[in-house]
Design a protein around this ligand. Structure first.
Ligand SMILES: [Zn+2]
Ligand SMILES: [Zn+2]
Length: 175
């Protein structure tokens, strides 16, 4: 397996808003490389400015689809992970912790994650799992669906074996 991963071309571009205080960027890089050993390189940019055009005053929130379109244009040929501190919503949902779009990228908000790094790690695993081809999973796993912070508390901070195998298969298919 390691031999195959060595040839992986998957590059990750991480954009972090400077106000996301609970995150230590070198630690994030280690976290990502450890959980996704197939990543070829991880590029960090910690000075991301949230685009004002995605702010919806009537909701007092950012529109996550608008943010996603904005960051995907900046990603060049990489997968993009964006982490911001402002509250985000998706369509008719009151809020979301984040979204993950297969083979494109993810936008995550720390706003409702209680300033807690473990909650943020779980949401990163979940949304990046979607980006890397995983769907929701009913086992104890980071891919369990979560609609509120209590679900995040219950969520495992790692993938189940089935999801790990799927992730592995996905990474090989990208070579
Ligand atoms: Zn999900
Ligand atoms: Zn799973």
């Amino acid at each position: 397996m390691e031999l195959i991963w060595r040839y992986s071309r998957i590059k990750l571009y991480i954009l972090v808003e400077s106000r996301v205080s609970e995150l230590n960027l070198p630690d994030l890089e280690v976290f990502m490389s450890k959980n996704f050993t197939f990543l070829k390189d991880v590029i960090l940019d910690q000075n991301f400015d949230v685009p004002k055009e995605c702010w919806i005053a009537s909701r007092n929130q950012y529109n996550v689809e608008c943010l996603f379109d904005y960051v995907v244009k900046k990603r060049f040929n990489r997968i993009v992970l964006t982490i911001i501190s402002e509250d985000i919503y998706l369509r008719d949902l009151n809020y979301v912790f984040g979204i993950g779009v297969p083979n494109a990228g993810s936008v995550i908000s720390t706003f409702r994650l209680e300033n807690n790094i473990e909650n943020l790690h779980k949401v990163i695993l979940h949304e990046i799992g979607h980006v890397f081809g995983l769907t929701h999973c009913q086992s104890p796993c980071s891919m369990a669906p979560s609609n509120n912070i209590y679900d995040v508390h219950q969520m495992q901070a790692s993938y189940c074996l089935t999801c790990k195998l799927k992730l592995n298969k996905w990474s090989i298919s990208q070579v």
